[in-house]
Each structure stands twice: as C-alpha cells, then as structure tokens.
Design a protein around this ligand. Structure first.
Ligand SMILES: Nc1nc2c(ncn2[C@@H]2O[C@H](COP(=O)(O)OP(=O)(O)OP(=O)(O)O)[C@@H](O)[C@H]2O)c(=O)[nH]1
Ligand SMILES: [Mg+2]
Ligand SMILES: [Zn+2]
Length: 347
C-alpha cells in the first residue's frame, strides 16, 4: 500500500493546473447535458472554427461590446448565437466580427479554451462569467465581510471544473494584524496567495506582476473588493464600488455584469458580479473529490472503489483526516459541497 505523504507536504503545483481536471469536468458536463431539456442546443451548435478578429468585452442582451483593433465597438450578435433574450457570448470569447459603417455584427465564436461558470437560475443551463482565461483570482476579504474558507474552497472547485488555474487574493489585509488562520494551508497545497490592500496598496505590486501579460477573472463574493482592486491596480479606473451593508455585513451587489477591462502594464481583467451562492456547473458528487487534490490522492486506498469518504469503513480519506494529513476544514468543505451537489441534483 503506498504510504500517505508526510504532514504538510505540499501538493504538487501542477495539481491546480487545467488538464486532467478539464477532462473530468467535461465528463461531468456531458452527463448534465444528457439530462437537459431537449430544446437546449449543444455547445457545438454555437461554437465553430472561425477566424477571430475580436474579443468579447461584455455581452449585452442580443448585442455585445467587443474589442476590435484596440477599439471598443457595440455590435449586434447574429441570431445563430442567440439563445432566447441573450447571446451565448461571455467576456473573453474570441469572435469574428463583420465591421460595417452602420451596424457591425458578431458572426461566429470560437470554441472556448476554458471558462468560469455556474448553473444559471433554473439550473439546467450554464452561465459563463468569463472564457479563455489564464488565471482565476479568487478574491476573499479578511474582514468586512468576514473571511470564509468554505467559500474559497467552493470557488477553487469552480475554477478547476472550468479548467482555469486558481490563485487566492486575500484582500483588505489592512483591517487585520495577521492573516486569518488556515491561509497558510492553501500555500502548502501549492496555491499562490496574494495578500492585498486597496487602501494601503500593500501587495498590489506583487499582484500586478502576477497578472501582467495575462487575462484573469476576479471572482468572489459581493463586497470583498473585486472592483476596488481594478481601481487600485490602475488609477485610471473608477469602477463603481460600495460600502458593505452595516446591518447584514454583506456586499451590496454593486457590479451587475461581467466585463473585461484592459489596464496599464498588459493586465486584462474580467470583473464579475459577486454572487449570493456559487452553484457548481459540471461537477458531480462522485467526482468532487478530484477537485480536492489532497483528498483524491488517498481515495485509491479506500476499501470501496465508490467510497464517498463520508461514512464507509476503511476509508483512507477519513483516516488521513484523523491522522492530521488532511485538514479538518478542507474535509468539512468537501462534505458540505457534496451535500449541496446532492441537493441540487434533486428534481
Ligand atoms: N479597508 C479596506 N476596504 C476595502 C478594500 N478593498 C475594498 N474595500 C471596500 O470594500 C467595499 C466593497 O468593495 P467593492 O470593490 O465594491 O466590492 P466588490 O467585490 O466589487 O463587490 P460586488 O461588485 O458587489 O461584487 C468598498 O467600500 C471598498 O471601499 C481594502 O483593501 N481595504
Ligand atoms: Mg464590484
Ligand atoms: Zn473513502
């Protein structure tokens, strides 16, 4: 029997990269698509091998803001790319635009390299926040709203399920004297963690360097400071931001749609609206453990091949939790997310 790794041994960095995870998530999605209502079209119906001359900045109903030759243009989206009242486009999509003096038209969209998404309201279709991205920056605040590691774990699953490499941005670090407990563990898992403050500018140079020359997406709950980070990374920006509510201690959902911003220093960032509850698209309860690299490496040693790591005897994952090889917090996140996926699957 292979020996479990030593306590605190970092999980290899490449475990967080796209690749294997993408294959898994594709399987997950196809299962889901198999159950989808018949009137839904398959992704192949929309995506094709067109020559792209533009990138989507922000979809806008049946229209879309796109960037062509460094200029932003509002275009009509061809009916073939429209599903109901909105187009299938997402910020970051590589598109073919027919530029005309009167009305420019998006005529085609290339298949996506990866994406960050969730189930749309109604659950049987996907809402894509961002496509073709190099890094998903999971923004969490250390206070106001309070740090919530369970949420970070959920966003980590969403990023991996979409095939995007995640990093963590621990914002509002000016509000505390030290990093919240448990953060070090993410570093030990091989994740990059940037501690930042938009008010004191601490950590911003490091974040700028990490995002330079890339397309990233900022994701995280409302009020954690995603739009403030864009403004702080480039003083030319003045995106709307709002104080969190004094009564609920939560954000006020200030940003209402995803949009690609081009900042100084070759930084391209998609700012997204903070969401109340991040559903997970393309993740089945059975494959959830693959998105927890430190759990999944014990799974082959469980007595039962289909072990859910929740109650079964001779479960190597639970033994590793008891031995302190896997943190209780991460294991609890796994169990909680699993329960929510089972709930979501109910008709
Ligand atoms: N003290 C402190 N406050 C911050 C920091 N970053 C952002 N804030 C404040 O946090 C509040 C929310 O910031 P936003 O940038 O609107 O948050 P958001 O994540 O974009 O929120 P949504 O658009 O609703 O998803 C604002 O009052 C900001 O001034 C920080 O580093 N330190
Ligand atoms: Mg915002
Ligand atoms: Zn098990």
């Amino acid at each position: 029997m292979p020996k479990p790794f030593k306590k605190n041994k970092p999980v290899r960095k490449r475990d967080w990269q796209p690749g294997d995870m993408d294959t898994l998530s594709r399987e997950g999605r196809s299962k889901r698509e198999g159950n989808a209502p018949r009137d839904l079209r398959e992704p192949e119906d929309y995506f094709s091998d067109v020559d792209a001359n533009a990138i989507v900045v922000s979809p806008y109903g049946v229209l879309a803001f796109v960037e062509v030759d460094g200029e932003e243009l509002l275009c009509k989206v061809d009916d073939a790319l429209v599903d109901g009242k909105s187009s299938v486009l997402a910020p970051g999509d590589a598109v073919c635009v027919e530029v005309n003096d009167d009305e420019s038209v998006v005529t085609g969209v290339r298949p996506r390299r990866n994406k960050l998404s969730r189930p749309a309201i109604g659950k049987d279709r996907e809402q894509v926040f961002a496509a073709n991205i190099d890094t998903a920056v999971i923004v969490a605040s250390v206070a106001r709203p309070a740090f919530n590691p369970g949420l970070v774990d959920r966003y980590l699953v969403a990023a991996q399920a979409g095939g995007v490499e995640p990093v963590i941005c621990l914002n509002k670090i000016d509000l505390v004297d030290s990093e919240p407990e448990g953060i070090e563990h993410y570093r030990e898992l091989g994740l990059r963690v940037y501690a930042t403050s938009c008010t004191s500018t601490l950590g911003l140079d490091e974040l700028r360097a990490a995002l330079s020359g890339k397309i990233s997406v900022l994701t995280g709950n409302s009020g954690v400071g995603k739009s403030s980070l864009v403004n702080a990374l480039d003083p030319d920006f003045d995106l709307d931001t709002q104080e969190i509510s004094e009564s609920t201690k939560k954000g006020r959902h200030t940003t209402t749609s995803s949009r690609l911003h081009t900042l100084h220093g070759g930084i391209r960032i998609i700012d997204t609206p903070g969401i109340r509850q991040l559903g997970l698209w393309g993740v089945s309860p059975a494959e959830l453990n693959y998105f927890f690299p430190e759990l999944s490496q014990y799974a082959p040693q469980c007595k039962f091949r289909d072990c859910t790591h929740t109650h079964e005897p001779k479960c190597a994952v639970r033994e590793a939790v008891e031995a302190g090889e896997i943190t209780k917090a991460r294991y609890d996140s796994y169990v909680r997310i699993r329960v929510s996926l089972l709930e979501d699957a109910k008709p």
